[in-house]
Ligand binder design. Structure first.
Ligand SMILES: [Zn+2]
Length: 499
């Protein structure tokens, strides 16, 4: 994610009203937090845990099963601007389950079945507690279908403090978009809302003729019936819930051929297609540049969704970055072009490889900010080294205010120390091992953990392995130290005093 921050405006044009933030995505390793069998019932069915035990957000995700696939079926009604939906969660039980939780917040549940049989359910905060008619055996595959009604314009409270994303549903002038990071996907659909439990997706979105529906992944079909059209998309590469995008509106979908057999797909309001289309032509050159840094683009499609709504962030939804269309009209290219590079970099760092825990979010934002600054430098907008030097001067202040780079608080997950502070860690690594080995590390990380998630410790271990030197002490000081270590190659750099 990129959120609007005052520092982002220093090189802008002074338009004070529009903001964009790019969001990042995080994915994590599979949940493994099944609780022990209850005493007295060894091996018997027991309730799944309410969360996977993320240290920052312990109730996120769920214990006792692993989601393998989501099918999101939605029907949008413009007359009352509501959505009726059925989400079908396909999962495999990792323990014998007497009951289990799904993460789900808001909306009105109208029915629920497990493997086609009606099941008992109750709402408990943002947990949907499901008791199937018969226990689910360990290792069994099962499907949960949840029917519900949603009001995208309604009030949803799903975000941690200080997040620019405050609702999973974002109403637009003619429909809606979604924004799940970090904890808002649960207000759009029920599931296991933690990036460590990735799954594939099918989207079937029904809208009246004249409206267009888009979602993550590849477009696979469109069926018209009685004045409505159902649009179908498939996301085959596992995706974190927070990266889901479903959008409905008067859009024009602009496609072209990209590198690595990728289809470039930009989605713009039809009324702005003439102006935004040329702006978004930057997608191709950015893809070609980014693949040289991180390796081949990992998904079948990539593009930007420019939504007709005034929100102040951009989010790296997998294969389809969400932005506000207003960013392109109110802000200069020197602002939005690096933001788009940031979100594109997330496709490797955050999406393809998700954070195993939310405290690993610097692996998303640090990398995305690093390539954002690299692209800005390459385009002549701003000096990369100057930005790193500035970050260095703030280093101790950020660590004092937010905690070390790899130990953020839940109240301020997306802080400057994670973004430019994280980029600074990567710059220090590059200065330590050299540009060629740094690029080798970057590519190896994306390749090694493709489709899954990784921890900070795994990144440190991989960097050491690829660089053929023990970097544990060096990177531990940069990632977990309360003071900013000396910058290799820049003995004259100093941090500003705290306070
Ligand atoms: Zn980001």
């Amino acid at each position: 994610m990129t959120a609007d921050r005052p520092s982002r405006w220093r090189r802008g044009t002074g338009h004070a009203a529009v903001l964009v933030a790019a969001a990042l995505v995080v994915a994590v390793t599979p949940a493994s937090a099944a609780p022990p069998a209850r005493a007295g019932a060894p091996g018997g069915p027991t309730p799944g845990a309410a969360g996977i035990g993320d240290p920052l957000f312990p109730d996120e995700g769920n214990g006792g099963f692993d989601v393998t696939h989501y099918e999101l079926a939605m029907r949008y009604r413009p007359d009352d601007r509501t959505v009726t939906a059925r989400t079908t969660v396909s999962a495999r039980a990792t323990q014998a389950l007497s009951r289990f939780d799904l993460d789900f917040d808001g909306n009105t549940v109208t029915g629920l079945t497990v493997d086609g049989r009606a099941a008992d359910y109750r709402r408990d905060g943002d947990e949907l507690v499901v008791t199937p008619a018969r226990p689910v055996p360990r290792g069994a595959r099962f499907r949960v279908a949840v029917d519900y009604r949603a009001d995208p314009a309604g009030t949803h409270h799903c975000a941690p403090a200080n997040s620019p994303i405050t609702s999973g549903w974002l109403p637009t002038s003619d429909g809606f978009v979604t924004a799940g990071q970090p904890s808002c996907a649960r207000s759009v659909f029920p599931g296991s809302d933690h990036p460590s439990d990735k799954a594939s997706y099918t989207f079937r979105v029904t809208v009246p003729d004249g409206l267009t529906a888009v979602a993550n992944g590849a477009f696979t079909g469109r069926a018209e019936h009685a004045g409505e059209t159902t649009w179908t998309y498939r996301q085959r590469v596992p995706m974190a819930t927070e990266l889901v995008q479903v959008a409905v509106g008067h859009y024009t979908v602009q496609t072209s051929a990209g590198p690595d057999h990728t289809t470039i797909r930009n989605v713009v309001p039809t009324s702005m297609a003439g102006t935004l289309g040329p702006d978004l032509a930057v997608t191709g050159p950015q893809l070609a540049w980014m693949r040289r840094q991180a390796g081949s683009y990992p998904f079948a499609t990539y593009g930007v969704l420019a939504a007709p709504a005034n929100f102040r962030f951009a989010l790296e939804c997998q294969t389809l970055t969400l932005t506000s269309a207003g960013m392109f009209t109110a802000l200069p290219r020197s602002y939005w072009s690096p933001v788009l590079a940031h979100e594109l970099a997330h496709q490797w760092y955050g999406d393809l490889v998700a954070p195993a825990r939310w405290s690993d979010v610097w692996l998303n934002e640090g990398h995305a900010s690093y390539y954002e600054a690299s692209w800005a430098d390459r385009q002549g907008y701003a000096s990369f080294v100057d930005r790193m030097h500035t970050a260095y001067t703030h280093g101790d202040t950020w660590r004092d205010r937010y905690g070390p780079v790899a130990r953020p608080s839940a109240d301020d997950l997306f802080n400057e120390g994670v973004y430019d502070g994280g980029a600074l860690v990567l710059y220090a690594l590059r200065e330590k091992v050299g540009a060629a080995r740094f690029t080798a590390i970057e590519r190896a990380w994306a390749a090694r953990f493709a489709g899954g998630s990784g921890t900070t410790g795994q990144f440190v271990a991989l960097a050491s392995s690829v660089a053929h030197r023990d970097l544990h002490g060096f990177l531990t000081a940069w990632l977990y130290g309360t003071h900013t270590p000396p910058m290799p190659g820049h003995p004259d750099w100093r941090t500003d005093p705290v306070g």
